[in-house]
Every structure is written in structure tokens, then in C-alpha cells.
Design a protein around this ligand. Structure first.
Ligand code: FAD
Length: 408
């Protein structure tokens, strides 16, 4: 073996996460089948000694921050501690920017479908999304044109409907996508606050049709025992915004949690709290197109602690019953038994099963991370009790871009 080849074998293709784009959603860490991804209070990083390049984490990443690679000499691979300190990815070292032999273990690496519960592809008829038009280096500026409390004044949780206008700046979005907000200021270590992600709550043609604006549904994160020091940085910043304030935005993000566009497609939507944002966007898009004769069904399961904490309660209840089949579940109504979205789904098992058995049905789950297990179990038991082969159906839903989960 000559010296040249020996050098090339010592070079590895190191998997890295771009700290400027990463929105710290934890999806990659959850997806990694061999625990190669970890995080501190600032960055998500990949341990080069553990990562086998299986790519399981790449499709679920909502921003693409995960899909970064650098050719490095093996003995000089960036350590986890190096990566914790980064504010940006290092440039590629030209001296090692050569074709790299892919490690043999890659060939036997687990595939994403073994670890990812939901689809990593969009519905076949979804419109093509634009992603990452605006970045940390070149963000968009939007003006606040509305900030309204959605929850009852007496309710403990403060959830707000915030409308952002982009003026003449192009900011094309689709229902199900999200944006990143860069809150001003720095954290205790003097570094700029990292970006936070928020689902878009309005349809593609604007919160107000024909306007270049969009809306968000933001919950103020507060520590119950707190003197304020543990309050969420970005949610409090957003919830306190006034009309006319200017916000720094990156994105849009998301190329799989998208709605189908064929007219006979059905939407089975299951959400809690601010997880209602993408469901509102999709429902409103369908409502605006109702006159065009779309025949697909909409079925919604929506959970909150109490009626007063359910965002968009009034407008939702005003939607015609023949347009959307709405089922509410409240888990903390005084004097009543706790009821979660999965309980409401089981009560409507016949109708849910009918939808599940229909190849035009697309399932969306969004909200608190804790809801995912219960909802998946409910889908499984409803399918099984109605004679559907759940493992085969689940795989088919995933493969066909018909099962989308977004919990945080
Ligand atoms: P952070 O400052 O990030 O704090 C997070 C947690 O840490 C809080 O519980 C806080 O109390 C605690 N904490 C902070 N500082 C301290 C401290 N010093 N000591 C102890 N504890 C502390 N949210 C929405 O409201 N609406 C949406 O539509 C929405 N969509 C999302 C979509 C996706 C795909 C993802 C991944 C997330 C989404 N989120 C949404 C969540 C959102 O991105 C933020 O995570 C959320 O608003 C909290 O951010 P924050 O900056 O307010 O809190």
C-alpha cells in the first residue's frame, strides 16, 4: 500500500449538526438507534466514536441541520466537547477534502423505518414546500400586526394568537410547516439565544387571505414555582410582543408534515394545546376551498386541560358539523373524570376505523410529547378491534406519507 492510499484510509466522513440551523427539537437524539447523539444546554452533537452513519436521523430532522459532514483525519475528529462549544460549523479542511472510503459498518446499519414512528415523506399530493429561505446569516424581519390571548382570562395558561406580517418580503408557507424565531439577547454564557420553532397556524394564502402574513399559536412557558428566572425565553418574548414590534424569523421548515391536496383526501387530526396550530391551518385551508366541492372528511380530536384552556374554542365550535367532526377531551374539568384525546378516539372507534381503512386518509398528531404513546396505542387497538392488520397498516401509512407526528 503506498503512502497516498494510507492517508486516505485515515480520513473519515464525520457527521456533524449545524448549530446555526438546529432548532434543538430533540428529534435526532430520539431517533438515533445507537445513542450517538447527545446535547448540553446549548448544542446537539454527534459522537464520532459511536456514529455509524446509518442516516436514521436525517429524514426526520425538520431543518436539515443534521445533514452535515466533514472529511477529517480520524485521529483529529471533532470531539463532543469541541462541538458543544461551537456557534457555527468549522469550514472543510481543504487538505482532507478528498473522496472517503465509507466504513463497512454502514452497509449493515439499521434503516430509518425501524425507528421512526411516523412518515418521513410527504403525502403524494402535497404541494412542494419552500424550506430554509431565510437563515441565521440572512434572516427575515416580520412586523407584529396582532397578538391576542386565546385562553380564558381566568385560565392559568396563556396561549396567544400572534400574527406576523412580512410586508414585501416573499415568505411562502404551507400548512404544517413551521418557522424559527430568534429571540433577542443572550443567555447566561453570553451567547445569542438559540432559535425556537413554532408551527404556522394559518393557511398558505395568509392569516388574512391575500395578505403576506401568517399566524402562530404560542403558549407562554412559565415555571410554576418560579420567580421568573426559569421562564421560557422565546415564548415569553413572543407573548409580550406589541403591535408594530419587529421579529427576526428563519425558515420556513418542514417538508413532510404537509396536507394532501387531492379533493377526496380525509384528514384525521389529533392534537393537544398549541398542537392545534397546524390543524387550524389545514382546517382553514379546507374551509376556504369548501365551495370548490372538495369531498374529503375532516375529523378532529382536540385535548386541553379545561374548556377555558382550549385555543380557538369559539371559532372551532362555529364550524359547520357537516364540514368537520369535532371531538373535545378535557383532562382537568372539576368534578369530571379525566378524559384524554385517546379516550375520545376510542369512543368514536367505528368512525376512526372507517377512516383508517380508507387509503385517502391522512393522520396528523401534534402537541405535547406525552400524548404520542397514548394516541398510537389507541390507533392500534381501534384498528385491531375492527379487523385491520395494524402492523401492515402502520407501515403502509408511514410509507405513503399518511401518518405525521410532531410532538414537543
Ligand atoms: P426555554 O427558554 O427554551 O425553556 C424551556 C424549558 O426550560 C421551560 O420549561 C423552562 O421553564 C425551563 N427553563 C428555562 N430556563 C430555566 C432555568 N434557568 N432553570 C430551570 N428551568 C429552566 N410551542 C408553541 O407554543 N407553539 C407551537 O406552535 C410550537 N410548535 C413547535 C413545533 C416544533 C416542531 C417544535 C420542536 C417545538 C414547537 N414549540 C411550539 C415549542 C417551542 O419551540 C419552544 O420550545 C417553547 O416555546 C419553549 O421555548 P422557550 O424559549 O419559551 O423556553
Amino acid at each position: 500500500m503506498d503512502a497516498h492510499i494510507e492517508t486516505r484510509i485515515d480520513i473519515i466522513r464525520q457527521h456533524l449538526i449545524d448549530p446555526e440551523i438546529c432548532i434543538r427539537c430533540n428529534t435526532c437524539e430520539e431517533t438515533c438507534p445507537i445513542d450517538a447523539i447527545t446535547h448540553d444546554g446549548v448544542n446537539y452533537v454527534v459522537n464520532a466514536e459511536v456514529c455509524n452513519g446509518c442516516m436514521a436521523c436525517v429524514p426526520p430532522c425538520p431543518t436539515g441541520a443534521i445533514d452535515n459532514w466533514r472529511n477529517v483525519v480520524r485521529s483529529e475528529a471533532y470531539s463532543v466537547d469541541d462541538q458543544f462549544g461551537w456557534e457555527a460549523l468549522p469550514a472543510q479542511n481543504e487538505e482532507v477534502d478528498a473522496p472517503v472510503e465509507v466504513p463497512a459498518q454502514n452497509e449493515e446499519a439499521p434503516v430509518a423505518s425501524d425507528t421512526v414512528r411516523g412518515s418521513t415523506v410527504a403525502p403524494w399530493s402535497a404541494a412542494r414546500p419552500y424550506v430554509q429561505l431565510y437563515t441565521h446569516k440572512a434572516p427575515a424581519l416580520a412586523t407584529v400586526v396582532g397578538n391576542y390571548r386565546l385562553t380564558d382570562a381566568a385560565a392559568p395558561s396563556d396561549i396567544r394568537h400572534i400574527v406576523l406580517d412580512f410586508g414585501a418580503l416573499p415568505f411562502p408557507v404551507l400548512e404544517g410547516q413551521s418557522i424559527g424565531i430568534l429571540p433577542p439577547g443572550t443567555s447566561a454564557d453570553g451567547r445569542a439565544h438559540h432559535v425556537r420553532q413554532y408551527s404556522i397556524a394559518s393557511p398558505r394564502d395568509g392569516e388574512r387571505p391575500g395578505y403576506n402574513n401568517l399566524s402562530l399559536t404560542v403558549k407562554r412557558v412559565q415555571r410554576e414555582d418560579s420567580n421568573g428566572s426559569g421562564n421560557g425565553v422565546c415564548s415569553n418574548y413572543l407573548c409580550d410582543l406589541q403591535k408594530g414590534d419587529v421579529v427576526t424569523v428563519i425558515g420556513p421548515f418542514g417538508n413532510t408534515f404537509l396536507m394532501p391536496n387531492h379533493p377526496d383526501s380525509h384528514l384525521l387530526m389529533i392534537c393537544t394545546g398549541t398542537g392545534s396550530a397546524p390543524m387550524r391551518a389545514m382546517t382553514e385551508y379546507r374551509r376556504r376551498r369548501r365551495a370548490t366541492g372538495e369531498t374529503g372528511k375532516l375529523m378532529l380530536f382536540f385535548g386541553a386541560r379545561t374548556r377555558g384552556e382550549l385555543p380557538y374554542f369559539g371559532p372551532l365550535m362555529n364550524l359547520p358539523k357537516d364540514f368537520i367532526d369535532t371531538n373535545l377531551a378535557f383532562s382537568r374539568t372539576p368534578g369530571e373524570a379525566k378524559r384524554y384525546v385517546q379516550d375520545a378516539m376510542r369512543e368514536r372507534a367505528d368512525d376512526v376505523a372507517q377512516l383508517l381503512g380508507d387509503g385517502n386518509t391522512h393522520v396528523y398528531v401534534c402537541g405535547l410529547r406525552g400524548m404520542e404513546d397514548g394516541v398510537m396505542q389507541a390507533l392500534e387497538s381501534i384498528a385491531r378491534s375492527h379487523g385491520l392488520d395494524w402492523p401492515a397498516l402502520w407501515e403502509q401509512l408511514r410509507r405513503e406519507g399518511r401518518l405525521h407526528l410532531e410532538t414537543y
